[in-house]
Write a protein that binds this ligand. Structure first.
Ligand SMILES: NC(=O)N[C@@H](CC(=O)O)C(=O)O
Ligand SMILES: [Zn+2]
Ligand SMILES: [Zn+2]
Length: 350
């Protein structure tokens, strides 16, 4: 039953546990879209070249801080991009000095700018062992890259072939499966109580693969992992609204210019920073779960990362449909905003 009776909701200010801010002109254009509603975000390290060392992360953090809008208290939480050459001592230094919050595992070739990622998972074992020892979380893009595995099966196969062996060898490692898209991933996280959590994106709560492919190809809905069947979207919504502490928001807002999206081989990524909170309010309202939005967007993430929840709040108020822009301008060209396909009535007051 939808929550029609609730028209106003005040929640702890949310955080985004999976965000792409890019760099340079794109960073300057997209950062205010996140800082308007969010207090903190885990910033993905897949720049070109990637953010690999503690020094890279410190320099990138400085560039983000310098790009913050005037008056913003936004805190970027930095992440190191795991390569086969990553030095465990540098990772420990980044963690101990507060420069980096987590490490990101991209299987080589799995997604945008992942060519420096991991091919041989045994080569990164010393880093993973050290992370388990010091309590530093590992975030994973959970898709295998083998060309013979169907793209719709790559997440489920990754769980069996890569994630299970890593977690078996390293049960103390805290792992976050990023942007889960399948019932299989939801079940795997639910069945494994210890040291495992998952982020869910806004768009995967709203679109299934028909939205991408039926009645014409929709490049702005193309992202990785690619949206799956409707039953998987429903499983993601159930996980998000459950209040289960192991599921939390990571928007995976991933800006690409329209020029890079709209071509014969277009980039993967959905840009949703601007309207994410309004979209989520619609999803939770439709599911009769508005009171669970705070756990998903503001409480479960910091709890898993061992950080305090924010002390500030935002208020969501239901009103006339909001006229969000269909794109934002950046120095690199326009970036199209995620279109949920339904009107957004929830205004965000900060
Ligand atoms: N999700 C995406 O489709 N794209 C992300 C990369 C990622 O998170 O896998 C990007 O950097 O553009
Ligand atoms: Zn990813
Ligand atoms: Zn991402």
């Amino acid at each position: 039953m939808p929550d029609r009776a609730i028209t106003e909701l005040t929640i702890t200010r949310p955080d985004d546990w999976h965000l792409h801010l890019r760099d340079g002109a794109m960073l300057r254009a997209v950062l205010p879209e996140t800082t308007r509603h969010f207090e903190r975000a885990i910033v993905m390290p897949n720049l070109v070249p990637p953010v690999v060392t503690a020094a890279d992360a410190a320099a990138y953090r400085d560039r983000i801080m310098a790009a913050r809008p005037v008056g913003s208290n936004f805190t970027p939480l930095m992440m190191l991009y795991l390569t086969e050459d990553t030095d465990p001592d540098d990772v420990e230094h980044a963690h101990a000095s507060g420069i980096a919050t987590a490490v990101k595992l991209y299987p080589a070739g799995a997604t945008t700018n992942s060519s420096s990622g991991v091919r041989d998972f045994d080569k990164v074992r010393p880093v993973l062992d050290r992370m388990a020892e010091i309590g530093m979380p590992l975030c994973v893009h959970g898709e295998v890259t083998d060309s013979e595995i169907d793209i719709f099966d790559r997440e489920a196969v990754f769980i069996d072939r890569v994630l299970k062996p890593i977690r078996k060898k390293n049960p103390d490692l805290r792992v976050i499966m990023e942007h889960v898209t399948t019932e299989d991933a939801v079940d795997y996280v639910r069945d494994n109580r210890k040291n495992l959590a998952a982020t869910i994106t806004t768009h995967h709560l709203i679109i299934n693969r028909n939205h991408v492919l039926a009645g014409g190809i929709r490049p702005h809905y193309y992202c990785l992992p690619v949206a799956k069947r409707e039953k998987h979207r429903v499983a993601l919504v159930q996980a998000a609204i459950s209040g289960d502490k192991r599921f939390f928001l990571g928007t995976d807002s991933a800006p690409h210019t329209d020029a890079n999206k709209l071509q014969s081989c277009g980039c993967a990524g959905v840009f949703s920073a601007t309207n994410t909170m309004s979209c989520l309010a619609e999803v939770f309202e439709a599911a009769g779960a508005l009171p669970k939005l705070e756990a998903f967007a503001s409480l479960n993430g910091p709890a898993f990362y061992g950080l305090p929840a924010n002390t500030d709040t935002i208020t969501l108020r239901k009103g006339d449909p909001i006229a969000y822009p269909d794109h934002i301008e950046t120095g690199d060209g326009p970036v199209t905003l995620f279109d949920p396909g339904f009107p957004l009535h929830w205004h965000i007051e900060t």
